[in-house]
Structure formats: structure tokens, C-alpha cells
Design a protein around this ligand. Sequence first.
Ligand SMILES: [Zn+2]
Length: 256
Amino acid sequence: MHKIQITLTCLALLLPTQAGAEKLYLGRNDPINKNGSLNNQPLLDRANSMVTLKYPTRVDFVKCGHPNAYYIPNDRILVFCHELTKLIYDQVKNLKTEEEKGWAFGGGRYFILFHEISHAMIHQYEIPISGREEDVADQLSFWMMYQYARAVESAEITDQRSNESIAKQDIFNRFRGAMLLMLAPEISTSSYADEHAFNAQRFANLNCWLYGADPSNAASLALAASTLPTGRLKKCNAEWQKIDNFVSRVVNKSPD
Ligand SMILES: [Zn+2]
């Protein structure tokens, strides 16, 4: 079995990725508008601190002509389209505070990046899956996002805060960008044959897993309770456990 170092944030705090082990590297970083390019290096640095892919994998931030992000297996290139970044921004720009917008915008971009990294991991490590890869990529992305948000919150609690209820609210807010993105109109013409679940389904899944990962989070509970039927709500913690078990047993497996 391949050694898969998903040094997820909680682990990464104890075992930081060794210098030189970074596999995600910035390729093209084209201007997003007339004011210039976004600084995308911190996004990749964070991902590299959490995940070690098997092969060097280039990440391009470019104009595509449509909002999308995708992984090209044969070239080991991950493409993050500017149009998708703009769509995330459009979805979060009406949130109340600058802080909320910042969390949601960053969170939305992390979710997309982790989703594409998940495709790269499934391909490069030949992770066994059965069923729709897009669903598994959402699960892995959620798992990474959740660990990331928790670790960031722990650091912030230590550094700046003592009120846990605020920290839990922050974790919730980091997922809002991804959730709001799922509320956007379908990116392409909806079809029952599409590789992805419908946005509304992906939104419901994120809701369910966020609540299931921590049923004591009042913000997650409030959203989940208002959007999910009771029958699904009761199963969310079990769904989270399945994802967590999958990562522990299959993805984050110790070397044989
Ligand atoms: Zn995908």
C-alpha cells in the first residue's frame, strides 16, 4: 500500500510537513482583473501543510470562460478558473460583515481546492471507491475543510479568544462560502447524467455533515434543522462517522 501522508491539520500541528515535501506548486497565476493577480500561494501553502500528494501537481489560476475547477490526471494539473472565484465572491458579497465575507470567500475557495485535490488523491494513490467519484471528492473535501477549520479555530482560541461559542460560529461561517456556492444556479445545464449531484443535494450533504460532525454546534443545528427533513437529520452523525472512518481506514492508512 502506498504511504499516503494526509497530514491533516490536527496531525500537521504535531508533524509539520517536511520542507521540500510540498507537492502542490503554483503554475500559472494569471491576472484576475485589471488590478492584478490574487496571491494564491498562501492557499497552496495551507493545502501543502495538510496533504502530501504522491506526485508534484501544478495548480493554475486562469480564465476559462466559465466557472469551473478541474483536475487533469494525465498532466497532473489542477485548474482553478477565475470565473469560479468570481462566482464565490458574488455569492458571499452580501453577507453582513467584512469578517463574514472573508471567512466565506476563503472557505469557498478552500472547499473547491480540497475537492480537486481529492480527485488528485483518488487518482494518484488509486484509492478504491465504488460509486460516484464526485460524491467521494465532496466527502474528502468536507473532511479536510473541517479539520482545517477546527485547527485554525484552536489556534485562534489560544491566541486571541476564550469564548468557544464564537469559535464554533467561526467554523460554521467558514463553510458558508461552500454552501452559498451550492445555492447558486446550476453551473451547467442540469442533467440526470451529470457526474455531480445537483447543487441542492450537495448543499444538503454539506449541511448534514457539518451538523453531524458536531451536533453541539448551535449554528449548524439551526441551519440543518431548517433545511433537512427530520429523517435525514437523525442520520447525519452516522454519515459523518462513515466519512471519518473512510479517511482513517482507506485514505490515511499507515504504510504496510
Ligand atoms: Zn469534482
